[in-house]
Write a protein that binds this ligand. Sequence first.
Ligand SMILES: [Zn+2]
Ligand SMILES: [Zn+2]
Ligand SMILES: [Zn+2]
Ligand SMILES: [Zn+2]
Length: 328
Amino acid sequence: MDILTLDFMVRAMIAAVFTGLAAPVVGTYLVQRRLALMGDGIGHVAVTGVALGLLTGTSPTWTAIGVAILGAIVIEVIREQGHANGDVALALLFYGGIAGGVLITGVAGQSAARLQEYLFGSITTISVTDVWVTMALAALVILIGVGLSPQLFAVAQDQEFAQVAGLNIRFYNVLVAVLAAVSVTVAMRTVGLLLVSALMIVPVATAQQLTRSFRATLLASMLLGVTASFGGLMFAALVADVPPGPTIVLLALACFLLTWPMGVLLRRRRRQGLPFAELDPLAHDEIDEHPHEHGENCGHPAVPHGDHVDYLHDGHRHAPHGIHYDEH
Ligand SMILES: [Zn+2]
Ligand SMILES: [Zn+2]
Ligand SMILES: [Zn+2]
Ligand SMILES: [Zn+2]
């Protein structure tokens, strides 16, 4: 392997690590809100953004991010309206994104092969500038997605509750949509716009097989995401001569298939081990220690809930129960 080869592998490795960490962060919130396919929709819309970059001779990354953010906000607005025809409107947007992208690429005099780099990824041809952009955007997504996890989790889990707790629902919904758009653009070079959603969702689905608490799912999905993207890249480059994007996605899917039987077992064991009263889907994730005493003026939003009061704290709501806290 000569220096040149090594150079582009190093760039690809850095991009893979950052993408693998960032994509599942947003995916966690999308899965929680049952919007698993939102990333896929944004990916379709972003095709037009890439084509605009090719047409104008500017960086497709920046035009893609602009169009993706615009598309994500439109998707969020259509979703919020909640009309019966909402998913027809979304479908039209997605078809328009792909068709517009292919058409504009043709007008720009670029071949379909050029567009294909963005549809299925082209991480091994990533430029130094693109690596920096990928790192910066991924870091931003991770910083906001992990840093604001208490608020984002509360809004994603239960909008009514979050409203009671005084959170601006619309702001956080749009924030997640924008983060999703940024993640799509970040992952575009790694797995491609048509497979972007897989890297956002599959690691989360896998983590959910094994973990129960929100925070554990978030961290485990980041670990799985980086394992799949780095492992897939290495496999594609060193073991087989295949494109990295699809390899990364198939590796993520393989992890899911491996953990699925474990998830079935864990859920069955849990069900057998618990009395019927605790089968409530929201119930009793016990945490052993709690360094902080919640009360009227503890600074955390208090939310009356059934026969007790929950406190919004650390990404979830919980309530004192005997000598421990119950986590929702
Ligand atoms: Zn408190
Ligand atoms: Zn409660
Ligand atoms: Zn607490
Ligand atoms: Zn309890």
